[in-house]
Ligand binder design. Structure first.
Ligand SMILES: [Zn+2]
Length: 350
């Protein structure tokens, strides 16, 4: 944090200066930045409860057989995501019709078959080489011996379909001539449940250099309410993990976007250094963080249906999920459009 006394001092000097000088000394107003901030609201509103619901009832339906890594259900889910991006007119960074980053079976342990990450991309208008990643895993744990499906609606159907809605917001903006200044990569990773394989593979075989990767905003479970927040006055929340660890600026942007727009209670309980759950290390963002890329992990906490066949689409809190998805959208929008790349000032402090 900056020293508050210094801030007060410079404010006084500034005021005296203005009273003596002509009005031409006022700082220039960045109208472009203001217009972009206003536009963010328009495109955030394209994230709707109904669309999230429509996507999730399909994506977490029995047809996708629990999306087990390397199995037919996961392949079906990958095709479904590709179809949505094509429909929205969002290209793949891999070129042509290929939206899949193939991961060979040899990369996995335990007899898992080859699998794929799904990638879609909106190129930045001013700094196309700087990449903002929005990620979520789309695999889950499959079926049991009796054919019972683990639908994984919250884990992580919620993150997956939120990305589709966020992507829609950005592509609509782009079509209106208000595309992001930095590029955005929508990264649907596989193999998370088996050991964060998809994000590990991506960060070891990045499509864009990690040095140019500005942040990873990772969503894993944002559709439910955990035990700590069941009471009515407590359920407007999301856990944020890692936001301040590598970039104080990223944390400040996230806080600011929330206070202006989404007004969720940001719960940092699981961000504590000594948190016994160690969630910071337990989802895909960690593979970015270990390369010193600032991350935020968005999470609703665990609940009674976690990794059970009862994690189904009918139990999702769609209004709350839309609000959480909007927070990710606003944060990505600001990081992608602001003048300077966010600073990385937390290396070694973790
Ligand atoms: Zn998960």
């Amino acid at each position: 944090m900056k020293n508050p006394l210094l801030l007060v001092g410079s404010f006084i000097i500034c005021c005296c200066g203005n009273s003596q000088n002509s009005s031409t000394d006022y700082p220039e107003v960045d109208t472009d930045a203001i217009n972009m901030e206003l536009a963010a609201v328009t495109y955030a509103e394209t994230i709707t409860t109904n669309e999230l619901k429509e996507y999730l009832y399909t994506f977490a339906g029995d047809d996708f057989e629990g999306r087990d890594t390397g199995e037919p259900g996961q392949k079906k889910a990958a095709e479904y995501l590709k179809k949505q991006y094509k429909r929205m007119g969002i290209p793949s960074p891999l070129g042509g019709d290929d939206y899949f980053q193939e991961i060979p079976a040899s990369f996995f342990r335990g007899g898992i078959k080859s699998s794929e990450n799904v990638l879609a991309f909106i190129e930045g208008t001013e700094k196309p080489d700087e990449i903002v990643v929005i990620s979520a895993h789309y695999d889950h744990v499959g079926v049991d011996g009796n054919g019972g499906v683990f639908n994984g609606a919250d884990d992580d159907g919620s993150g997956t379909v939120s990305i589709l809605e966020i992507a829609q917001g950005f592509v609509k903006a782009k079509k209106d001539g208000l595309g992001p200044k930095r590029s955005i990569l929508f990264l649907h990773v596989t193999g998370e449940e088996k050991g964060l394989y998809g994000s590990k593979y991506y960060t070891e075989n990045p499509v864009f250099p990690l040095a140019n990767t500005v942040t990873d905003l990772n969503i894993d479970m944002i559709g439910r309410i955990d035990k700590n927040h069941e009471e009515k006055d407590k359920n407007n929340y999301v856990y944020l993990i890692g936001s301040d660890r590598l970039s104080t600026e990223l944390h400040d942007i996230s806080e600011k976007m929330n206070s202006i727009h989404t007004k969720l209670d940001l719960d940092y309980t699981y961000n504590a250094e000594n948190d016994p759950n160690r969630f910071y290390f337990r989802s895909d963002h960690y593979n970015f963080a270990k390369h010193n890329i600032p991350i935020i992990f968005y999470f609703n906490g665990v609940h009674e249906d976690y990794h059970k066949q009862t994690d189904t689409a009918d139990k999702i809190e769609y209004d709350l999920m839309a609000k959480r998805a909007k927070l990710v959208f606003y944060t990505a929008w600001e990081v992608a459009n602001r003048k300077d790349r966010i600073v990385v000032d937390g290396i070694g402090k973790e």
